[in-house]
Design a protein around this ligand. Structure first.
Ligand code: 5AD
Ligand code: SF4
Length: 480
């Protein structure tokens, strides 16, 4: 049961959420498309690029899949479960397609890349298969598919960053947006399918990133999350002749300087790549949020080596110590995998020990799911029985729950600056917002003087499990 909780925690934040954009009036377009996204934030950001490409080609977005001429699923391959969810959804769309001849179904993203044309054979009613680097070819592929051909493009690229495409914000609350700063991944973590589905790492033109963030701010957005598989290895040569290089620390500052009222977040960091410069830059600017997602994966040196993570538990702990030295109030969150190949009870205890040491504010926790083609699948046997994987995951989840509750209880009485995101899930009489550490705080709305996108100063009066409850003690009016 607890493994479900762990997966669900991930689901709620980053996975499995289906969404479709609003168009002003979809009927003004020649045809309508519906897009549903699964997986990481990167995938959600990609769907916004796809929406922009389709829009420019005369397609309007609809939230209603039944009235769509084109249905796209932007898919994830990270664990087997993610792929199963997509397959189930495809069978549902099959029925729709049978009732509406001419409707096209397309699979985008990581599953498209992993399974390629096989997907057309396996899922007979898929018409279009497009990998993460081939979205510019969508209009041509749709035309091919309209002509009755099966359309596939899964070519990976060494330089595609979609830098010049203005994403169409889907399902946005108008307050926060994702901005993709790089694509692909050069790390070869042995469990991970991403290098195979998203290709080589490349960084996007810094000027285009800053321009996109500035435009968002001018349109009222108050928070950008800079996205990449490994943001700390961002490296852009702005001017080849002068060898002028923009590092991730430089980029953070360039975005932070757009306005003190624009919050900057980033995700994800590889512990081996986060630099002292980045920590110093975070400390220097109040609007760079004090939250670092620093996936540990395992606390055992032996397992870390098999995972090819290139750090030890001692090295990782020293990094955590340094973060806390530079920014005592910085939240640290992690990803953890239970039951990787050959993991012993002792290795598992090492993971629990490092969780206790780091006192993570939050963690995404999974049990190992072998992915075909990865280094681990080729080299090691997936030898931990499922019941043991699940039991270890349940123990990890229980430890994290205790740590998160402890961290939240310690926040009672503290004062935070909160960015209001919208109504709280439980009641439209309350606002929900986040502090710089990315912790959710719920506050009574009061006299209606606030709106999403406002900053307020809040005193935490209570903590209930995952949520902090506060009272607004001051409104911060922003000069515009
Ligand atoms: N099995 C389980 N979890 C995985 N992750 C990546 N690959 C796998 C896998 N094969 C987890 C890692 C990563 C997060 C995005 O997903 O913890 O950091
Ligand atoms: Fe899933 Fe990874 Fe692809 Fe994101 S990059 S969609 S997490 S497989």
């Amino acid at each position: 049961m607890l493994d479900v909780v762990a997966e669900k925690a991930h689901d709620e934040a980053r996975q499995g959420e289906a969404f479709a954009p609003f168009a002003e009036d979809p009927n003004q377009y020649k045809k309508k498309f519906f897009i549903e996204s699964y997986g990481c934030a990167m995938n959600f950001a990609d769907s916004e690029i796809v929406a922009s490409i389709l829009n420019n080609d005369g397609f309007g977005a609809t939230r209603n899949c039944e009235e769509a001429d084109l249905i796209f699923l932007n898919t994830c391959s990270i664990r087997e479960k993610a792929e199963q969810t997509v397959r189930k959804r495809l069978t549902e769309f099959r029925k729709l397609k049978q009732a509406k001849p001419g409707m096209l179904v397309g699979v985008l993203g990581c599953m498209a890349e992993r399974l390629k044309a096989k997907l057309l054979e396996e899922e007979k009613l898929v018409d279009i298969v497009v990998g993460p680097d081939a979205y510019r070819s969508l209009p041509a592929l749709i035309e091919e598919a309209d002509g009755g051909q099966k359309a596939v493009n899964v070519l990976l690229s060494r330089d595609e960053t979609y830098a010049d495409i203005s994403p169409i914000r889907l399902n946005s609350n108008g307050v926060m947006a994702f901005v993709s700063i790089m694509r692909g991944c050069n790390n070869m973590c042995s469990f991970c399918v991403v290098p195979f589905t998203r290709g080589r790492e490349r960084s996007r033109d810094a000027a285009s990133i800053v321009a996109e963030c500035r435009d968002l701010f001018e349109r009222g957005y108050k928070e950008v999350t800079l996205l990449g598989q490994n943001v700390d290895s961002y490296y852009y040569t702005a001017d080849i002749s002068s060898n002028k290089v923009v590092t991730f620390a430089d980029l953070l500052e360039m975005v932070a300087l757009i306005s003190p009222d624009l919050r900057v977040r980033f995700s994800s960091s590889h512990p081996k790549d986060i630099t002292e410069d980045v920590l110093q830059m975070m400390a220097k600017h109040e609007n760079i949020c004090k939250c670092i997602h620093l996936p540990i994966q395992s606390g055992s040196n032996r397992v870390l080596q098999l995972m090819n993570r290139t750090y030890t538990r001692e090295w990782y702990k020293a990094k955590v110590d340094r973060i806390r030295e530079v920014m005592p109030d910085c939240a640290i969150t992690a990803d953890i995998i239970a039951g990787f190949c050959t993991e012993t009870e002792e290795d598992h205890q090492d993971t629990i020990e490092i969780m206790e040491y780091c006192k993570y504010d939050f963690a995404y926790m999974f049990y190992y799911s072998e992915r075909p083609g990865t280094l681990a699948a080729r080299r090691y046997e997936d030898d931990i029985p499922e019941d043991i994987k699940k039991r270890r995951l349940a123990e990890i989840v229980a430890v994290q729950r205790r740590l998160s509750e402890g961290a939240n209880a310690a926040d009672v009485g503290k004062i935070f600056k909160i960015l209001i995101e919208g109504d709280s899930k439980r009641s439209d009489k309350d606002w929900m917002g986040r502090n710089t550490q990315s912790k959710v705080v719920v506050v009574p709305k009061g006299e209606g003087q606030h709106k999403p996108g406002d900053y307020v100063i809040v005193k935490v009066v209570e903590s209930t499990g995952g949520t902090l409850i506060g009272q607004i003690i001051e409104s911060l009016k922003i000069e515009s």
